[in-house]
Design a protein around this ligand. Structure first.
Ligand SMILES: [Zn+2]
Length: 426
């Protein structure tokens, strides 16, 4: 088999950022060597000062397919992923119809994804009010873990769980040994706050922010920690998202419902505390929570934060958003790779194949120009509905190309080759 060498002064490996040659055979990395050690006869590509990172892994994406592919879908989500440097998306079990709460639902997803993906994918299973008996069979069928909501997720086809329903599910979850991911807000504090805001001006972001008080998140986390001690299931990681790390509530304009998401974007102080959490290792990973919808559901005309769909789509721009903020705080590309590739791959149990540039791993790379700058325009978004709260922002760092298992799937705005993405099951 033809041996290829990807050479750069800045290869991001688990050992740090260094000059290296990645030797690739077929779909896999055979070895990472110094540039001087490239065997004669290898097909050499020199990227110079342009960095090579491991293909990013997004452990929190709403692809909405099957059933709501008019919101996003496998074709457009994986195209935006390739443009953003992602090579594995782990899809959330809701927003699609059927939801991924039964093995039949998982099979429907597999059928929908077939031959339509530009990057690899996997699917979380759902824990809902009444599917306790499907949990272990979903694990056998290959989901890497489960997701549940402690508040209504705002979508038909996927129910929240009460504490009693969660207690019925947890022995099953614990037996699978798989992680339970939780949308950690409890309804009590949200309902009370929202009642008091009935006559408030819902075109103002502070009204929405007040309706989802910190206590909703804190009480949910306290409940989960106590249930975790009681049932001994896996609940170990902490996720944040680019929008929480880049946007502060104080800067959100009146009526700008594109910024609505849940939990909400909080104030500048909170944003800096999240960065401190990443610095201290308390926060494990950064996922996008890419959650698109058709434009009319953002209710831009009535500018109402109460009725607008909550969710921010960011697959194609998450890496430059993160790099711009991280660099300004003294972090390196190695930190980015840990938060956005290695840790999410571990959570999704794909860390024997994905998330690192190392011997035996999939040859998944992002070719990234850290010194380049660009402005976010609609033509750079690539997902189905080209709307974004990030439009017009100037960012640092450009995704130049993305490789999936040795094959180029994105280069300079184009998507070469066939849709060869497949389900990642480890
Ligand atoms: Zn989500």
């Amino acid at each position: 088999m033809r041996l290829r060498a990807f050479v750069s002064r800045r290869v991001v490996t688990p050992q740090g950022v260094r000059p290296a040659a990645i030797l690739v055979e077929g779909e896999l990395v055979r070895e990472v060597v110094t540039p001087e050690q490239v065997p004669a006869g290898a097909d050499l590509q020199d990227f110079g000062e342009t960095a090579i990172l491991p293909g990013l892994v997004d452990s929190h994406v709403h692809i909405n397919d099957p059933g709501r592919a008019d919101w996003e879908g496998f074709e457009t989500a994986t195209r935006a992923a390739a443009a953003g440097g992602y090579t594995l998306l782990v899809d959330m079990p809701l927003n699609c119809l059927p939801a991924t709460t039964t093995v039949e639902g998982l099979d429907a997803k597999r059928a929908a994804a077939k031959d339509r993906c530009r990057v690899d994918w996997a699917a979380w299973g759902g824990v809902v009010a009444d599917n306790q008996n499907a949990i272990e069979s979903l694990a056998h069928a290959g989901v890497p873990g489960f997701k549940c909501f402690l508040v209504p997720p705002g979508i038909d086809g996927f129910t929240m769980v009460t504490e009693a329903q969660l207690r019925a599910a947890l022995p099953h979850v614990a037996r699978t040994g798989l992680p339970l991911l939780v949308h950690a807000e409890l309804p009590g504090p949200i309902d009370r706050a929202t009642q008091e805001l009935e006559d408030a001006d819902w075109s103002c972001y502070p009204t929405y922010l007040k309706s989802r008080p910190e206590e909703a998140e804190l009480s949910a986390i306290r409940l989960l920690l106590s249930l975790c001690r009681e049932y001994n299931f896996r609940l170990v990681s902490v996720e944040t998202c680019p929008h929480y790390l880049h946007i502060a509530a104080e800067t959100i304009p009146k009526g700008a419902t594109l910024f609505k998401c849940a939990p909400p974007i909080r104030g500048r102080d909170n944003c800096e505390k999240l960065w401190q959490g990443l610095r201290d290792g308390i926060i494990d990973l950064v996922a996008t929570d890419h959650s698109p919808c058709p434009l009319e559901m953002k209710r831009l005309a009535d500018a109402n934060f109460k009725t607008a769909w909550g969710g921010i789509a960011s697959l194609s721009v998450a890496l430059p958003v993160m790099y711009t903020e991280a660099r300004a705080r003294g972090f390196t590309l190695a930190d980015i790779a840990r938060w956005m590739a290695e840790a999410p791959a571990k959570l999704a149990r794909c860390d024997k194949q994905k998330g690192r540039i190392a011997a035996g791993y999939d040859a998944d790379f992002v070719v990234f120009g850290p010194e380049d700058e660009f402005e976010i325009s609609r033509d750079r978004l690539h997902y189905r509905h080209a709307v974004s709260p990030y439009l017009g922002e100037k960012l640092q760092g450009v995704v130049k190309a993305t490789y999936l298992r040795g094959k180029e799937v994105f280069r300079a705005g184009e998507f070469p080759g066939e849709a060869t993405g497949r389900e990642c099951r480890c």
